[in-house]
Ligand binder design. Structure first.
Ligand code: CP
Length: 337
């Protein structure tokens, strides 16, 4: 794909070579993300960060990524504070905000809304999550994390074993991650969910057509065996008609230290897109694993900044000039703290 000026709506846009290119740029972003160097390559550029659903990581890390490249960020953080609440259409909003911004990130509860918005936008739009459909930047940072974690165990994405656990019906991160895995070879995928919350049939069929071995089960403990990576998700309460309906499934699948030790390989990497639901009746990923060296959830969130910096640099076509505009020493390494 040509990243320059592209909307990023779905991981289906990415071929394997595109993922490799993105990851190689993400690697180069490390000194900037770690404040060992500073760059002002996007000085004067504006990110329109439009979030019409709650978010901590995606909104903040896209904003930080843009700031770390020297750009400025303007935000809307809910529908109530936007003129969408007065009936303004996505078309009008896109026309207006794209006149104020150089790139836009948008999250919205409706499936397909970001694609619709992008058609009216005069600048590139990145999908920050559209309902239960897709969350492409999350899947890219998840795959980047899987690659890095497996490398330290002398394993690769090709040929790996992964289990995805939880609400696989509504979880957009597992939909996008599954689509990305279709670019790779010989993966063994175990899908662990209540039957009613299973992975959409078309995604399972496409994984099988891609040559992967897919098993669906409701038995979490047996499904945890022999995996390089386990990827947990919460019950997506906001996608159910009522809280009572979500309560039926909440707490059904939980991972804690005892269950992990009993069923997983010593090197099995533990991932979760976050937020994890730490309330007592849910708790799908227990705090007693917080100090476990294989818990990669906060390495995932750190990697999110690198991958989002790389997306901006590629879309705005500044990858070759980031280093040119860099100061070797930043305020951070000069020992301000
Ligand atoms: N993983 C993720 O999308 O988190 P937020 O909802 O906090 O952005």
């Amino acid at each position: 794909m040509d990243f320059r000026g592209a909307h990023i709506i779905s991981v289906k846009q990415f071929e394997r070579a595109d993922v490799d290119k993105l990851f190689s740029v993400a690697d180069k972003m490390e000194p900037y993300a770690h404040r060992e160097k500073i760059t002002k390559i996007l000085d004067g550029a504006i990110l329109g960060n439009m979030f019409f659903e709650p978010s901590t990581r995606t909104r903040f890390s896209f904003g930080c990524a843009f700031n770390l490249l020297g750009g400025d960020v303007r935000e809307t953080t809910d529908v109530k504070s936007s003129s969408i609440s007065k009936g303004e259409s996505l078309y009008d909003t896109a026309r207006v905000i794209s006149g104020y911004s150089d790139v836009i990130v948008m999250r919205h509860p409706q499936v397909g809304s970001v694609a619709e918005f992008s058609k009216a936008s005069r600048v590139p739009v990145i999908n920050g999550g559209d309902g239960s459909n897709e969350h492409p930047s999350q899947a890219l940072l998840d795959l980047y994390t899987i690659k890095k974690e497996l490398q330290s165990n002398n394993r690769d994405i090709d040929g790996m074993n992964i289990a995805m656990i939880g609400d696989l019906k509504h979880g957009r991160t597992v939909h996008s991650l599954s689509q990305l895995l279709m670019q790779y070879k010989n993966i063994t995928i175990t899908l662990i969910s209540p039957k009613e919350l299973c992975m959409p049939k078309d995604i399972v069929a496409d994984l099988v057509t891609s040559g992967h071995k897919v098993t669906e089960t409701e038995d979490m403990e047996s499904g945890l065996n022999d995996n390089d990576t386990i990827y947990l998700t919460r019950i997506q309460e906001e996608r159910f008609t009522t809280k009572l309906e979500a309560d039926i499934y909440r707490g059904r699948f939980r991972l804690n230290q005892a269950i992990y030790t009993r069923n997983c390989q010593p090197n099995t990497v533990i991932m979760h897109p976050l937020p994890r639901d730490s309330r007592e009746d849910a708790n799908e990923l227990d705090n007693d694993l917080n100090q476990h060296p294989n818990l990669a959830i906060f390495r995932q969130t750190d990697n999110g900044v690198l991958v989002r910096m790389a997306l901006f640099a590629l879309i705005l076509d500044v990858t070759d000039r980031v280093d040119e505009s860099a100061n070797k020493v930043s305020w951070y390494t000069e020992g301000r703290f």
